[in-house]
Ligand binder design. Structure first.
Ligand code: FES
Length: 130
């Protein structure tokens, strides 16, 4: 379960939660994806991280075709070969490293990237950053 962390220097009840600990890096195997939620001023939103070798990326869970979530069940964001991201609604496929749609209904458009880093072996995303 993803959990919010306080941004450095913030305190008190008016703080904005901007970063989310998704999981421990060791819990995200090579070729695996993990969904997470984050709070925005417009409400709760979703994203997902993907690990492929040394590459670790995060995107908003919004398909550029019609704006649907990409997954049909928890953490199901990848093709069977686990070499591309796939939208379960109409089957658009995206490069893992760039989020660029390389096949399907939104060819040439991209997923929206979210900054991600590993701190103390934890995968941390910053949906408000970037
Ligand atoms: S909503 Fe994703 S391909 Fe149509």
């Amino acid at each position: 379960m993803a959990r919010p962390v306080r941004a450095a220097g913030e305190s008190g009840s008016k703080m904005t939660i901007s970063r989310v600990v998704v999981c421990a890096l060791g819990e995200l195997a090579d070729g695996a994806a993990r969904g997470f939620e984050f709070q925005t001023s417009e409400g709760l939103r979703e994203g997902f991280v993907v690990r492929r070798g040394e590459c670790l990326v995060a995107y908003r869970n919004v398909c550029p075709h019609l704006g649907n979530p990409l997954n049909w069940k928890p953490d199901a964001f990848l093709t069977r070969a686990r070499d591309q991201i796939m939208c379960s609604v109409h089957g658009a496929v995206f490069e893992i490293e760039t989020g660029l749609c390389v096949g399907g209904a939104c060819l040439g458009r991209s997923l929206t990237a979210i900054p991600v880093e590993v701190v103390d072996a934890q995968v941390i995303v910053d949906p408000g950053g970037g």
